[in-house]
Ligand binder design. Sequence first.
Ligand SMILES: [Zn+2]
Length: 293
Amino acid sequence: MNHILRGMDRGQNFRFFLANTTELTEEMKAIHQMSETATAALGRTAAISAIMASMMKSLKDKITVQIQGDGPAGRLILVASSTGGIKATVDHPEIELPLKTNGKLDVGGYIGREGEMIILRDLGLKEPYVGRSPLVSGEIAEDFTYYFATSEQQPSVVNLGVLFDKDGRVETAGGILVQTMPDIPEEVLAQLEKDVASMPTFTEVAQNSEDPTERLRALLPSFELDCMDEMPVFWECDCSRERMEQALLALGGEELKTLMDEDETTEMHCHFCNTNYHFSQEDLLRLIQEVNG
Ligand SMILES: [Zn+2]
């Protein structure tokens, strides 16, 4: 089971969230038949979104991340719930780009370097809380670091990674978020900055060890870290035939009649999990009668 490990340093000057989202990322790759670059983009976004969702208080709280850059990916949408469920979709999952000159996947080229990230937090209030920030590089971790700094005034370290084996399967995926407390003493902050400056990439660390404690030690070697709890993370799409019926009902009687006359079966598609729902003419007639009371 994938999870997020949460904790603090012994002095309680910063908190950390370590995400292991390997299986979730492999599942997203299979559902959307994604290229490696697309998988890296969605995988990185899933890890940080799952971390952000784990900070939410109520079980019904949800976070929606929309990334719209000027690259070939099109729009990326990811929904993470505080219970750990994640669903995601991207307009063009199949597109593969050549590796960058440093041998890494070109996630920034795929997403695009110009664009916007919109983060909606649904806290069960009338209106969701909306945060917006421009993309910095399209490489995801930098974009979220910038978002935390500007939109939430929260200095943060974001280190995300997705690594593939030679057969193209996701070998490891996840990341770490570190956020400082407002009253962190200067010498602790300096030490933390030193660790961060020489921090290896998440994939380097994850490649060397599967053990979360060892991963944390490799990422933040100067600190004693206390783990507090562990939250599950898993793929979950909440679509259903009932929800599709609600969407059809919202079209109104006339539109439903047009659909009914056009085809023997009307197909409704869930973009998150690629499930198709079929409605026969009889089904539509029943819905029309429902609309007309
Ligand atoms: Zn679905």
